[in-house]
Design a protein around this ligand. Sequence first.
Ligand code: PEP
Ligand code: MG
Length: 585
Amino acid sequence: MTQEALTQERTWQGTAVSSGVAHAVVHVLREDFDEPDADPITADEVEAELARWHIAMDATHREIEELKEMVSTEERSAEADIFDTHLLILEDVSIRKHVEKTVREKLICVDAIYYRLMCKHMDALRGLADSYLRERFLDIKDITHRVMRHLRGELLQHPMFDDPVIIVAHDLTPSDTVQLDRSKVLGFAIETGSGNSHAAIIARSLGLPAVVRLHGITDELHSGDPVLLDGDEGALILNPTPATLSKYRSREQQAEKREDALHETRHQPSVTLDGMAIQVCANAEFVEEMGDIRDSGAANVGLFRTEFLYLEDPEGTEDWLADNYTRAVKIIAPGQVIFRTLDIGGDKVDEQLASEQEPNPFLGWRGIRVSLGRRDMFKRQLRALLRAAAQGPIGIMFPMVSDVGEVRAAKELLDECANELSAEGYPPPQQVEIGAMIEIPSAALTADLIATEVDFFSLGTNDLVQYTLAVDRLNERVADLYSPTHPAVLRLIALTVEAARRAGIRVCICGEMAADVEVLPLLIGLGLDEISVSTGQIARVKHAIRKLNASECRSIIDACRHLGCPKEILGLSRDMAHEMYSDLF
Ligand code: PEP
Ligand code: MG
């Protein structure tokens, strides 16, 4: 490839899931290992470096021989042939010579030299018309992965960065995300996923641009490549030219102006034109977000997803948890922090806890089910929360509630913890409200029963939509069917609000649809008391609330009653939104 081709601008189009623009080099997280950095070595280290590589190559050889042995039956001779091909690639003399020579000449670690050479071979094969030869690309990829895995003993599993980077990955799990050095990450470019995955939610919380469905980019990009990531339009631009950068700079300046204007009004109350007050609160995943939340105009923290702190250290002690929760409470007091107890499971997996893989994790051991099944772990969290409550008002809400019995069982444990702490001499909590997340249709349908046990409801529409419509929130194949404005979802929300009204408790919505100002007229029309969104959206949502009439919003709910199509319902709400606050679009 010519130098010109290597530095040419190239654009990939994906789906924008978190807005903003970032310009930096990428760090590619491979499916099962990181692309190695080109770390320098000294001339004295060359022999040890090559010995390390030979050990990895030998280990890979043995591994493939064993696999070949396993499938060496008559019926599976085709599979055995594949492993012969792999052994040929592994033993290729020209590859071995090239790696040894390059490590000696360039004095760069063998991981980077070997990996890049194999990538070159893969690139060459991938473009070929002949499908047989194209398939060999997969063979080389397989071998490369195996060798790299054997070398990985020397690689950092969770890289630290000296300079800011944009993370490129096939998939990014919540546990990957918490292990990254967040102070250096400027954005996420992901091959799979959707706007409802927790990685996307985290990106929005941290105010970082994120683009998903960028198919094939982990094969096309290498760590160190300069890119521009556009989280508004869903584009990833490799080697952006000066003209592109200047176009983006002026766009950014305009966006900054708009944001500054909104920022000025962030502390104004969020009351509709006809006098209905709606609290706007913040969603958070990390204690370090609390400072920004305090300054964002948010009334309270409406949802603190405690599982991210847990994933940082699953063995964390009660003291460690209490310290972290207390820090959050102190920053937000006299405002309230609503802590959601652990919602492990689904896409937030703790390998140790879930010792075996579940066939349908979102329908499996998740949320309150895990907490009630792991009493000691649950009590550790509840005790830490009650200890933090001595420093300011908190809420404790339970995720994935499917019936009132789970809430009662959780409250019994909470009482037990409160009694223990009092006997142990801990200072009493200030104010602790209890809430249930309504995110499973069975909870919405029995909201009247659950309401007798709690002080508030919080609608988790990210899950309520997936469980109501049988549409996996992460599955891009069915992403078009994921419709928060489906009449079934709106009816479940209406039932929940009605049950809350009867019981005299408040209802909040903390799912991602709450931040979509195009559906805000529907949410106000349905009668929600509180809206909880990521910090970056607070000023925008408050601004929109101030432009709406609650009575007009109620009339679109009436008009929707006979509409069956989510798009039509969205259309009515969108028209009102664009008429009342066109400046936001
Ligand atoms: C939800 O389901 O809407 C919610 C807020 O919880 P999570 O996205 O963490 O599942
Ligand atoms: Mg949920």
